[in-house]
Design a protein around this ligand. Structure first.
Ligand code: ATP
Length: 235
């Protein structure tokens, strides 16, 4: 197992946002967490990233405990978050935003190569590299956010609502990209409110309800589950 979350708990003050969640990600796999607003999906990603400290449970990466490690250590180990809402520095150029994704890397040659690799993957970003990232379309900003994460040369990508606010055409592009990233060897934890999209991309799904896993299984099984269809697929 590449990444394992065991009985994870997250509190914000007295509010328990994650109430004992366990999940696992194998090398080359895509898993998805679906569920309504406030179900605790982002909190799980933040706990894995070291952005919030779990109040209970364990996070294991390549068999070693990483809960309690600071976020920069987690990035160095190969787990990188693509946050909800992109979180770009809007006044900085596309290129500068990408550069920040490799802030831990002192090898400027490798950083420059990384930027070229991102441009090869997203040619539109090469064209717009000197523009402030805030001037780009939502889809292009999502490409910058993903490109910035790739700059850290991750093994695991944690993606928080990559389809949020994008046009249907752009959602298709991001979906195709996620498939490509997996082919390139990445393992992905995908958080989505677009359950239909997420389950079509993922191997395995977890349905979260108010901080707990209500249901889990292979994506095709969840897609054909009448309860899931009614509650999450708009059927
Ligand atoms: P969303 O799609 O809205 O991000 P989510 O499933 O990712 O939803 P979380 O963001 O993890 O859910 O939130 C879970 C619960 O924790 C919610 O009740 C939320 O209000 C609460 N919460 C999240 N962040 C904080 C915080 N920093 N302080 C206090 N409560 C928080």
């Amino acid at each position: 197992m590449l990444l394992e979350v065991k009985n994870l708990r997250v509190h914000y003050g007295k509010v328990e946002a994650v109430k004992g969640v366990s999940l696992s990600l194998r090398q080359g796999q895509i898993i998805t967490l679906i569920g309504a607003n406030g179900a605790g999906k982002s909190s799980i990603l933040k706990a894995i990233s070291g952005l919030v400290r779990p109040s209970g449970g364990e996070v294991l990466y390549e068999g070693r405990r990483i809960d309690g490690q600071p976020p920069n250590r987690v990035v160095e180990m190969g787990i990188v978050n693509v946050p909800e809402g992109r979180r770009l520095f809007k006044l900085m150029t596309v290129r500068e935003n990408l550069r920040l994704g490799a802030y831990l890397d002192r090898d400027s040659r490798r950083v420059a190569d990384g930027i070229e690799e991102v441009f090869d993957r997203f040619p539109i970003l090469r064209e717009k590299q000197h523009q402030p990232s805030g001037k780009l379309s939502g889809g292009q900003q999502q490409m910058v956010a993903i490109g910035r994460a790739l700059m850290a040369r991750p093994k695991v990508l944690l993606m928080d609502e990559p389809s949020l606010g994008l046009s249907p055409k752009m959602i298709d592009e991001i979906a195709a990209l996620i498939v490509e990233l997996r082919k390139a060897g990445l393992s992905i934890v995908l958080v989505e409110q677009n359950a239909n999209l997420a389950l079509h991309l993922a191997d395995h799904g977890y349905v979260l309800e108010t901080g707990s896993i209500a249901l889990e299984g292979p994506s095709d099984r969840l897609l054909s589950d009448p309860e899931v269809a009614r509650a999450y697929l708009g059927a």
